[in-house]
Design a protein around this ligand. Structure first.
Ligand code: PMP
Ligand code: GLU
Length: 400
């Protein structure tokens, strides 16, 4: 008995490329190798103290029972307030559903909207889990590719050309993982105008990197545009901006009937998410953002550092990311080369080889719908980043 007995649904699912590489890096580190892990996208900062204190208070105050399926009322209110304050999105607490991370929130939204055969337009490069979530919902992913020269962004014309009568949803992250690209207000308004003309299309806007945005224009939320507000599901959480990856709090903000569908789903599958983490999240959403800004400054410094160093490596083509904490170089110059033992034919070969050769863990672009690239997380100490870039430079010099 073995894997063929797993459901077809699970056998068709890819392993998460980000978590897969992270597992490999941990295994090598456990064997005693000095691995620099730049694979998982995870802040290297501690959760701010006022948030941790709120969690401690929640334990002491006895918030140990099941939480309401859609989240505690004070958290849903804190999220509604945050959306109005930061995003100009005016939803009530009843429009918010709290989930186990933004990942869960995205999967929920897709599950409640997609029927078998519905097409989901995914702007590429995209975060690894999007296409797999669509697969689980038996939808059809239609990948719309942003070009390197347009900072990996999809143009409104490309978006419009990809729409068919079967299109139900369009989804993208801004700031983007893996490219760091940020859609401007103007670009999002142009996309919204197309959505407005197509009344059957919904938008899933992943804003998890909202606070890590280096552009002058800052963050703009497509869900704030009144004409399409009822058809936008905004997803966000605490993982990135507040350095709270392990707390597992995310949310959807949507029309009430969608929120109710998500609550019904959670009621049968997960119940409400962790009670202590919810109380910590109240402090995150209501509290000061000074720590978040400090972390953003560090990411800003590191992106410049890493991009500068990567640009010194022969053959690497690198855009300057406008947000998030990743560099996403095009490494296709090395495809077809070998170190005499290992042939590099694609980004997966390249990243596996780099891990074995230089003990630097990255993630292949293939999982993000960008097979010419690789992703390097810049959420690590400056010295580690410098050391990693040096190791990469030394390693690739062996490829002929
Ligand atoms: N969306 C994007 C674009 C991400 O990079 C991540 C990574 N964590 C998530 C969603 C999921 O966030 P969370 O940890 O809150 O589940
Ligand atoms: N979002 C992070 C990443 O892209 C976390 C890992 C994951 O959940 O895939 O690396």
């Amino acid at each position: 008995m073995s894997v063929e007995l797993l459901s077809n649904r699970i056998n068709a699912l890819e392993e998460s490329a980000t978590l897969g590489m992270t597992k490999k890096a941990r295994e090598l580190a456990a064997l005693g190798h000095k691995v620099i892990s730049l694979s998982v996208g995870e802040p290297d900062f501690k959760t701010p103290k006022h948030i941790c204190d709120a969690a401690k208070d929640a334990i002491d105050a006895g918030f140990h029972g099941y939480s309401p399926v859609a989240g505690y009322p004070d958290l849903r209110k804190a999220i509604a307030d945050k959306l109005l304050r930061d995003n100009k999105i005016d939803w009530k607490p009843e429009n918010i559903v709290v989930s186990t991370g933004a990942k869960h929130a995205l999967a929920n939204a897709i599950s409640v909207l997609i029927n078998p055969g519905d097409e989901v337009l995914i702007f590429a490069p995209y975060w690894v889990s999007y296409s797999e979530m669509v697969k689980l919902a038996e939808g059809t992913s239609v990948i719309v590719e942003g070009s390197f020269d347009n900072n990996f962004k999809v143009t409104p014309e490309q978006f419009e050309a990809a729409i068919t009568p079967k299109t139900k949803l369009v989804m993208f992250a801004s700031p983007n993982n893996p490219t760091g690209s940020v859609y401007t207000e103007e670009e999002l308004r142009a996309i919204a105008a197309i959505v407005e003309k197509n009344p059957n299309i919904f938008v899933l806007a992943d804003e998890i990197y909202e606070y890590i945005n280096f552009t002058e224009g800052g963050h703009f939320s497509i869900g704030s545009i009144p004409a399409i507000k009822d058809r936008v599901i905004t997803v966000n959480g605490v993982a990135k901006g507040h350095a709270m990856t392990g707390w597992r709090i995310g949310f959807t903000a949507s029309a009430k009937w969608i929120a109710e569908g998500i609550e019904k789903l959670q009621g049968q599958v997960t119940s409400g998410t962790g009670s202590i983490a919810q109380k910590a999240a109240v402090a995150a959403f209501n509290g000061p953002l000074d720590e978040a800004y400090k972390m953003k400054e560090a990411y800003d410094r590191r992106r410049k550092l890493v991009v500068g160093l990567l640009r010194e490596i022969p053959g690497f083509k690198v855009n300057m990311p406008d947000g998030a904490f990743y560099a996403f170089p095009d490494i296709s110059y090395y495809f077809g080369k070998t170190d005499g033992t290992t042939a590099i034919n694609n980004s997966d070969d390249f990243c596996l080889w780099l891990l074995a050769e230089a003990f630097v863990a990255t993630v292949a672009g293939s999982g993000f719908g960008a097979p010419n690239c690789m992703r390097i997380s810049t959420a690590a100490a400056d010295e580690q980043l410098v050391e990693a870039c040096e190791r990469i430079k030394v390693a690739v010099a062996k490829l002929k």
